[in-house]
Write a protein that binds this ligand. Sequence first.
Ligand SMILES: CC(C)(COP(=O)(O)OP(=O)(O)OC[C@H]1O[C@@H](n2cnc3c(N)ncnc32)[C@H](O)[C@@H]1OP(=O)(O)O)[C@@H](O)C(=O)NCCC(=O)NCCS
Length: 405
Amino acid sequence: MTTEIRVLDSEDDLIAAANLFRTAMVGFPPLSNLPPGQISKMLEPGRTVGAFVAGQLVGTADATTSRLTLPGGATVSHAAVSHIGVLPSFTRRGIATDLVRHQLRDFAARGEVVATLRASEATIYERYGYAVASSVQSVEVQTARAALRPDVGAGGPVRLLDAAEAWDVLPQIYAGNRPSRPGTVDRPGVWWQSLRLRTESLSGASYVAVHGEPGSESGFARYRPIDTETWFVSDQRTIVVEDFFAPTTDAYLGLLRFLLGLDLVDRVMFWMLPVDDPLPWLLLDRRAVRVAAVFDETWLRVVDAQEALAARRYPGDGAVTLAVDDPLLPNNSATFTIAGDGAEKTDRPPHLHVSIDGLGAVLLGGSTWRSLAVAGLVRADDPAALAVADRLFAVCAAPYAGFFF
Ligand SMILES: CC(C)(COP(=O)(O)OP(=O)(O)OC[C@H]1O[C@@H](n2cnc3c(N)ncnc32)[C@H](O)[C@@H]1OP(=O)(O)O)[C@@H](O)C(=O)NCCC(=O)NCCS
């Protein structure tokens, strides 16, 4: 069976690819009533590929050009991968493997430093060099118990936006207040278009609250009520906060007070908070907050190890030498010395041996070298080097993007 992979450009091909992905996902309905021209606004030109067998489109993948923040604040070019799907009647024949390898070669040729994705299953992407680089937590707050400590600040003003107005304003608020936290990604226009379409296709209420004076907003929350069938008499009225963009303390406090203070609402469910979110510390009764789940967010693939290691900052003392192994992109198979003043290629014998997925796991500071060594994902010729590497790769803020794409 020969698989041909090519870039999809025509509107018909892009819609076919989108629907193929949705068929592969089983639980997503096909796109319907898409206005002419709309699909091209939701995908970056030239970055959707299709896999064809005997002329039939049987698999697809796409990517969006973005930037990702590394520890220390530098941003690097980043391919945000999404919509990987293979028709159920063509799975387990190597088609996804062909698509992912094709993408990785393309990213390397474009000079992209990292690729990231969100995974539907945790068992698919490690074989291609991706690993979990950031996690998020879903958190439920019982509003009746959620009184804040007296010294918690007030935050700034918060107001609701009309849904139509919001889609113009939110991208500007995000781009104008991009956080320096590792793992932060740009949110390109094509994602806002897709998000708008998804949100507008949902029935039921949804709201956008923004923080800050008009024209100088610094954060926002998108939220909606769930389980509304018995809303009028329910004693568990719940809102889910789907997007909580609060990059400053003022924005965080203003939006938090607004959400916890909503009349009628018994429970606020934050879908995706950073794992180091300060919320329990703000409450007089920290048990008003319950972590409902912790799950993997960013799966990261280092495409250019030298650039990625050089762009990152290393706060610790000492030095460590790492041998990186990358069977798919052989340019990454090299040895690097890492110290407080940076990373450089070296011929010295390594203290630690790591495969490219292991490097992806530690790059943003979302995992420790020690954990990877316990799991057998890092081999330490010198066990003391693990502690040195952990001090060098330590971060002040847990990596977090706060966005699914
Ligand atoms: C995930 C998916 C794209 C894999 O496509 P595929 O063409 O069957 O993958 P391949 O044949 O190239 O498989 C490559 C390897 O991954 C393994 N694999 C693929 N999908 C897997 C899955 N869902 N769970 C566990 N292993 C999987 C295969 O067993 C194979 O292993 P091997 O190399 O040891 O033989 C396909 O199953 C699919 O479309 N699933 C539903 C949509 C989805 O979840 N997409 C991902 C969105 S993030």
